[in-house]
Design a binder for this molecule. Structure first.
Ligand SMILES: NC(=O)c1ccc[n+]([C@@H]2O[C@H](COP(=O)([O-])OP(=O)(O)OC[C@H]3O[C@@H](n4cnc5c(N)ncnc54)[C@H](OP(=O)(O)O)[C@@H]3O)[C@@H](O)[C@H]2O)c1
Length: 401
């Protein structure tokens, strides 16, 4: 049979378009789309106040905090365990429209690793601080800040802030508040994966209770969020994971989260699938975070007219789409990138707020928990990075400051 090849993950080496290229002498300053240039080396004098503002309102409150500010920087692309270093960082003054944030916790996501390797679709200028997600607490605000106050929990509005550091001076507009009554690990991991799960479950098929969603990489951060949000919406989920020695334990854990079925990749090609479809309808939506054969097998399970949304390419393999799936089953093949969604909704505060409110309500109701996490201190970053790149780990590595 003829097949159409769809590249699942385009590793374009696109440099971030720098709307406001602000070269900062230190790492505390960010634009909304890119991490500011950071250079702590002596003799490098760059106009670091250009975007943050010239007026110095209050300096960082304690001398020791300034001294203690540290971050995980990389000066070259490459193997994260080789190029990432823990370095002391000088914080710039807090400008009129900026705030000082103590970072509380930040996860290590695959996109962070890809950014360091230089293979992600957006790349900050180097040197850069790693990390795109995390939660922090505002400890000081500039004189013209209106939406944030001391004590607020905040998360990045967009990718590229460089969250693997103990503190940062950030623009008010680059942050969005979160209620501080949710668990720290939930807050630290809320802005990327659960948001991706919400959008994919909401924006592609008009799913109703009783419908089915199938996904691979079901034990990933995205996958765990999909299971829980889908369960809260009354949807069945068929969750595909790679075989492993502790498969039963993983299956039990995902089922406890609300997974309807948990199956191995191999099962997708077996007659057992017929038994599964006696208990739930064929999926209207397939969520693909892997690519390659795994994606093709998901596609085969879709019902007539269903949609497969690709959001990740962990296997780094293109997808083969059977021609018959397009012609006779009329399936739709689409992609989703939460970074693009956030950019498209940058002026739609309500859309982001509604999504975060929904997620926080689920958390408070005990229907959405953080993914299984392994916590590390900043000093233990090598261990955290190594663990984040291991297969079959089933845990999100989180740096807790
Ligand atoms: N498009 C978007 O907006 C968006 C948003 C969030 C995340 N993502 C992407 O989604 C993917 C998952 O992110 P995450 O943070 O949820 O990941 P994560 O929690 O770190 O989990 C990684 C997942 O990938 C699986 N995996 C790794 N290598 C694999 C391979 N060769 N074949 C099959 N599965 C493999 C792992 O399975 P094992 O346990 O079997 O190793 C695990 O389920 C990443 O590609 C990420 O970049 C995209």
């Amino acid at each position: 049979m003829k097949a159409a090849n769809v590249s699942c993950f385009v590793f374009k080496f696109i440099r971030i378009h720098r709307r406001e290229l602000c070269r900062a002498r230190t790492a505390g300053q960010q634009s909304s789309t890119t991490q500011f240039q950071q250079d702590c080396s002596p003799g490098h004098h760059l106009p670091f106040n250009r975007c943050i503002g010239h007026i110095l309102h209050r300096r960082y409150s304690t001398e020791s905090s300034v001294k203690d500010c540290r971050g995980l920087l990389y000066r070259n692309h490459g193997d994260p365990s080789q190029v990432v270093q823990l370095e002391p960082m000088e914080l710039p003054p807090v400008g009129a429209k900026s705030v000082l944030v103590k970072i509380l916790a930040a996860p290590i996501n695959p996109s962070d690793i890809n950014m360091i390797q230089g293979t992600y679709a957006i790349l900050p200028d180097l040197p850069a601080v790693g990390g795109n997600e995390g939660v922090g607490q505002v400890t000081e605000v500039g004189s013209q800040v209106t939406t944030l106050k001391v004590g607020d929990w905040v998360i990045p509005r967009d990718a590229g802030l460089g969250t693997w550091r103990s503190a940062a001076v950030l623009k008010e507009d680059d942050l969005i508040t979160l209620p501080s009554d949710i668990p720290l690990l939930s807050a630290a991991t809320l802005g990327v994966n659960p948001c991706t799960a919400v959008r994919m479950l909401s924006d592609f098929e008009a799913l109703k209770p009783g419908d089915t969603v199938i996904q691979n990489a079901a034990n990933s951060g995205v996958g765990q969020a999909v299971i829980q949000i889908a369960a809260a919406r009354g949807l069945h989920t068929i969750n595909v994971v790679r075989d492993r020695p502790d498969l039963q334990q993983l299956t039990d854990r995902l089922r406890a989260m609300g997974a309807t079925h948990v199956i191995k990749e191999e099962t997708l090609r077996r007659p057992e699938m017929k038994d599964i479809f006696k208990t739930c309808p064929r999926p209207r939506l397939a969520l693909n975070g892997v690519g390659g054969k795994s994606a093709t097998e998901l596609l085969r399970q879709l019902q007539h007219g269903g949609t497969m949304v690709t959001y990740g390419g962990m296997a780094k393999q293109p997808i083969t789409v059977p021609v018959s799936a397009l012609i006779f089953k009329d399936v739709k093949i689409q992609g989703f990138w939460v970074t693009r969604w956030k950019k498209n909704h940058i002026h739609d505060e309500g859309a982001m707020r509604t999504m975060l409110d929904e997620l926080c309500s689920l958390i408070r109701a005990g229907k959405l928990s953080a993914p299984a996490c392994a916590e590390h201190s900043l000093q233990d970053f090598q261990k955290a990075l190594d663990a984040a790149m291991q297969p079959y780990s089933s845990a999100k590595q989180v740096v807790v400051m």
